[in-house]
Design a protein around this ligand. Structure first.
Ligand code: BGC
Length: 729
């Protein structure tokens, strides 16, 4: 439809029809089996069901076709309904959770993964996904850290950008792509105390410098939507925040698409103490520029009246509705309302999608310890022990359209790889302690004591038989994701007990940790000869993990978040600000900025990860020691694989602005490149440093660079390397 026809359509619509384009209702209103996060079915009035512009949480060509046919027939202007779904790290074929994808440090793999997700979801009738989540996360207590790509704004920017490109392709009308939604705008990850939905207090400097960056970069790729966040920022709920939505999002970032609230967030402004009632909440959200009200019911109950009484102008309403109609038009829905649902087939998992997922898993694994080359595994007797050894639940709570039955467990992959006589499996213990609160409610394990006594005895037997034990431990999938904040970052006590029992057998121990958040691993690392983070790896989890265990692929993942010594360090991130009393390198000393009982930094820092091979960083150099605003400097290093195996390494560039009008972090990631090298091979890696990369939110409240000295590291992790120096004139 051309622009004129779209405007003519808008002009012909009644106020009620227009308002309803801004209303999103749960898919459960159309079909009972929808996946939704709250709300009971049957709360939405019939006229709303007939006119609501979009719905979420339902998929499947047959089911959606039925709904769409009825809807279009009954709609006065036959405007199609838009179907949205949380396709977060997979639809049919499930990729590693976003934090695992961050660990790949490989935007290309992430882009291809998003493209695959789009193709699968589109073939199931989905028009839009609520992804990427570009929230900066520095707090492991916040369970949604699993849905992020980590603590660094540059890494997050690259990953969010790659996801938008992968989901949307070049043209949304292409039936293989779907609309992306950058969320949760803004600073949802900064929830105080790591408690979900909690308030955030952030200076404009911190907000702009760190938290807003990845949203801003992703928005440059024209995502169809942006989603508001649940939290308030400096006292104003994001969903009613004019400064965030109007000034920054629309004016500064130039976002032209649809702004959707998070689930119920418009109505939650009443609980926040910011709106009096539903009508007031609808008014405040409209004034802030929220186009679609996701499921709070405030727009459907009050917006028409707000327009009729002049509190919301017709122009404001029309602008919002036009953005929604434009999105439908961009998706080609007016010409092609049955896109993805006119064939009954639906998506299938293919060899290709499995191969992509397996590669992504292998690239996401982070090897933290490998004492005396414990890994790769030898062809000897190996026992796979622990609640994750043969567990199909390898995907997160945000991959509900992927089916467990398609998942390959570690044990299933081992059966394919080893002589069955040479391996054993044992559950070892229950996943959780006796009573644990999870996102899915309280989990009580019946017969906990009896079961665990039995499991542990079996496991000890298996360990005694084996030469090497592969401990498959971690957090349950329902312990990370939405509403899973925790004040302990330890493994469940029963799993630690199991590890201690197995240690007593004196066998070599490889510990695999399946998790959606950083954990405290001090005790685990002491008990293990090798330690590897496997995240929540998805459908091909078993195969990807096995490829690395066997040395078919050398591990190349890097931590996208700091792993702390103790939860008491949280929030924790590598790009800290210097203090006036720095902690001496030799350890804590009186009256310096130190903990009396812990290091300041992480147990395993951002950017850290080992390989089976060795990489030497030879002669890091800068092309010049001085640079004017219009010039660039190239930072070079030659990387040589001096080990015996092919492997990939992420070369990282960090910069520090030494003196400036507003203090700058001790170092910040500026760029990174992942390269692959055969044994003995070398490659020169170059990074261009330009003036724009040196800009920051100055004391004058402007994005500018300032003349002076800069330090540069070209290195292997955020804690590695010797600084080089240059001056900006
Ligand atoms: C989450 C969003 C999600 C939405 C729709 C909310 O509870 O915060 O991330 O996209 O539900 O399912």
């Amino acid at each position: 439809m051309d622009k004129k026809a779209l405007e003519a359509l808008l002009n012909d619509m009644s106020t009620e029809e227009k308002v309803m384009q801004l209303v999103q209702i749960p898919g459960s209103e159309y079909e009972a089996s929808a996946e939704i996060t709250g709300i009971e079915r049957g709360q939405v009035k019939d006229n709303v069901k007939k006119l609501a512009g979009s719905t979420l949480g339902i998929w499947g060509s047959k089911r959606l076709k039925k709904i769409q046919e009825k809807y279009i027939k009954e709609h006065p202007h036959h405007i199609p309904l838009m179907f949205m779904l949380d396709v977060i790290h997979g639809h049919k074929t499930v990729l590693p959770c976003p934090l695992g994808q961050g660990a790949t440090f490989d935007p290309d793999t992430v882009r291809k993964g998003a493209e695959m997700q789009a193709q699968e979801a589109a073939a199931d009738g989905v028009h839009a996904t609520f992804s990427p989540m570009a929230d900066l996360c520095r707090d492991a207590r916040w369970g949604r850290i699993m849905e992020s790509t980590g603590e660094d704004k540059i890494l997050n920017s690259r990953m969010a950008t790659a996801m938008v490109e992968g989901y949307q392709g070049d043209d949304l009308k292409d039936r293989n792509y779907i609309a992306a939604c950058v969320k949760h705008y803004a600073a949802y990850g900064a929830a105080e105390g790591g408690r979900d939905y909690n308030n955030t207090e952030l200076s404009e400097h911190t907000l702009r410098e760190h938290y807003l960056r990845a949203y801003g970069e992703a928005i440059k790729k024209n995502p169809a939507m942006v989603m508001t966040s649940f939290n308030s920022i400096n006292g104003i709920p994001a969903t009613g925040n004019k400064f965030l939505m109007k000034k920054i999002l629309r004016e500064e970032f130039g976002f032209k698409g649809v702004l959707i609230s998070d689930w119920g967030a418009v109505g939650e402004m009443i609980n926040h103490g910011f709106a009096e009632d539903q009508r007031d909440a609808a008014l405040k959200a409209m004034m802030a520029g929220v186009d679609i009200d996701m499921c709070s019911g405030c727009y459907s109950s009050s917006l028409e009246d707000l327009v009729n009484t002049g509190a919301v102008s017709v122009q404001m309403l029309d602008e919002a509705v036009l953005r929604v109609l434009n999105m439908k038009n961009d998706l080609g829905l007016f010409e092609d309302p049955y896109r993805g649902i006119d064939m009954d087939a639906g998506p299938v998992i293919t060899g290709e999608s499995r191969a992509l997922a397996k590669e992504a898993v292998a690239a996401s694994l982070v090897l933290l310890e490998n004492k005396e080359n414990t890994l790769p595994l030898r062809k000897e007797k190996n026992a796979f022990i622990g609640p994750y050894a043969n567990n199909k639940k390898l995907q997160s709570s945000w991959a509900f359209s992927g089916e467990d039955e398609n998942t390959v467990t570690v044990w299933e992959a081992a059966l394919e790889a080893f002589d069955p006589e040479s391996i054993k499996v044992s559950t070892g213990c229950t996943m959780l302690d006796q009573d644990t609160m999870t996102a899915r409610g309280k989990r009580h394990v019946d017969n906990w004591e009896v079961e665990n006594t039995k499991f542990m005895a079996e496991a000890v037997k298996a360990a005694e038989w084996a030469d090497t034990v592969i401990m498959c431990l971690g957090e349950d999938f329902a312990q990370s994701g939405e509403a899973t904040s925790k004040v302990s970052l330890k493994l469940p006590a029963v799993q630690l007990k199991l590890l201690n029992e197995i240690k007593k057998t004196g066998k070599r121990i490889v510990t695999l940790i399946f998790t959606g958040r950083p954990l405290e691993l001090n005790e685990v690392r002491e008990l293990s000869d090798a330690l590897m983070i496997c995240w929540l790896p998805g459908t091909e989890g078993g195969h990807g993990v096995m490829d690395v265990l066997l040395g078919k692929v050398s591990p190349s993942g890097r931590l996208p978040v700091s792993f702390p010594y103790t939860v008491g360090q949280e929030p924790l991130h590598y790009d800290m600000y210097p203090t006036g009393r720095p902690r001496p390198e030799t350890g804590p000393s009186a009256f310096t900025s130190s903990y009396l009982d812990c290091e300041n930094g992480a147990l395993y820092p951002f950017g850290y990860g080992l390989s089976y091979t060795l990489f030497e960083f030879i002669n890091p150099t800068l092309s010049a020691q001085k640079m004017s605003g219009s010039e660039t400097i190239t930072a070079y290093v030659t990387v040589r694989n001096t080990g015996a195996m092919k492997g990939s390494v992420t070369v990282q560039l960090y910069i520090r602005d030494v003196t400036s009008s507003r203090v700058r972090p001790v170092r910040e990631l500026a760029d990174f490149k992942k390269i692959s090298l055969d044994p003995g091979a070398e490659e020169e890696v170059g990074f261009i440093i330009n003036e724009e990369m040196l800009r920051f939110w100055t004391a004058e409240e402007k994005w500018e660079s300032e003349a002076g000295k800069f330090l540069v590291w070209i290195c292997n992790s955020s804690r590695d390397g010797q600084p080089l120096e240059f001056k900006l004139a």
